[in-house]
Ligand binder design. Structure first.
Ligand code: ATP
Ligand code: MG
Length: 285
């Protein structure tokens, strides 16, 4: 079956990088160029992944899918700047990443909210650390509380919220710095199926309204295809990108679950991705 713009990983040629890095206007939100990462030294050394090349356009929603240990979290940690890559470089919005910054927001599998603070105080925390004054902080928090629909619980402590609400608050907190890039590491995997679907839909709506570039890690191929405009699949041992494909959505305006389920091309893409993941898993096991 032919998908529009299928991009094999080999398509990320050297010329693509030089074109992107040479372009001063910079359409790229993220460029990971020949990035490899190792943990440990000597005999205990472990290669997390090798030669990852990934370019993310501004406003793209990339789903990263792959088995446990293929390096998904490590890749996000490098992009957010918690660690430096062993080789290669990561560029966000034209600037080389050398550490964490407010231009990149991160949402983890388990929310990392400050439990003693209210939802509002959690949201205002980032802007406060950036030196933004109180009235501006309140304005930012108001906007985001409205956007994510947590206005009613703004004054509650975060431990008083349900798991789904806590994850929404974590997304809010990440958005409060108005990041250029939102990195999400299995943010919905600990939620029940019903809440997960609701948050998936809320995320699509949020992304549509803010046009933030999103890198979303998941184990679920279904979630990856439902959410993403592009899918990057990885294999493990060592981690490598095995597939990088555009999601052939017939109608970008209609992101309803019904039309997704009825779209045979998307269902077939899901099957293809699952087969690729299974095949490489068996080959390397
Ligand atoms: N701090 C660390 N020290 C040593 N090895 C590590 C460290 N963090 C990750 N690794 C190794 O790097 C590889 C990639 O790990 P990573 O956590 O990025 O995988 P993942 O794809 O996110 O897996 P999962 O789906 O289970 O979250 C694994 O082999 C892991 O054991
Ligand atoms: Mg992980």
């Amino acid at each position: 079956m032919n998908y529009p713009n299928p991009t094999s990983v080999q398509n990320f040629s050297d010329s693509a990088y030089s074109a992107s890095t040479a372009d001063a206007s910079n359409d790229w939100a993220i460029e990971a160029i020949n990035v490899s990462h190792r943990f440990g030294v000597g005999r205990g050394q472990r290669i997390a992944f090798a030669n990852v090349n990934l370019t993310v356009k501004k406003g793209e929603f990339i789903s990263i899918v792959g088995p446990s240990g293929c390096g998904k979290s490590t890749l996000l940690n490098l992009i957010v700047g918690f660690q430096r890559p062993s080789t290669g470089q990561i560029i966000v919005d034209g600037k080389r990443v050398v550490g964490p910054g407010a231009d990149r927001g991160m949402v983890f599998q388990k929310h990392c909210l400050f439990p003693w603070m209210s939802v509002r105080a959690n949201i205002e925390f980032g802007p406060r650390m950036s030196g933004i004054n109180q009235s501006e902080r309140r304005k930012i928090a108001d906007e985001i509380l409205e956007l994510v629909g947590l206005r009613d619980v703004a004054k509650n402590a975060t431990y008083e919220l349900s798991g789904g609400m806590q994850q929404r608050a974590a997304i809010e907190r990440a958005l409060a710095n108005r990041p250029k890039v939102l990195l999400m590491d299995e943010p919905f995997s600990a939620l029940d199926a019903f809440t997960r679907e609701r948050l998936q839909d809320e995320l699509i709506s949020l992304w549509t309204r803010t046009n933030t570039s999103i890198l979303f890690v998941t184990h679920s191929v279904d979630e990856a295809v439902y959410l993403g405009t592009r899918i990057v699949a990885m294999k493990a041992h060592p981690g490598e990108v095995i597939l990088d494909v555009q999601v052939p959505r017939n109608n970008d305006q209609d992101r309803s679950r019904e039309s997704y389920q009825k779209d045979l091309q998307l269902q077939s893409l899901k099957e293809q991705i699952s087969i690729s993941l299974r095949t490489t898993a068996f080959r390397t096991a």
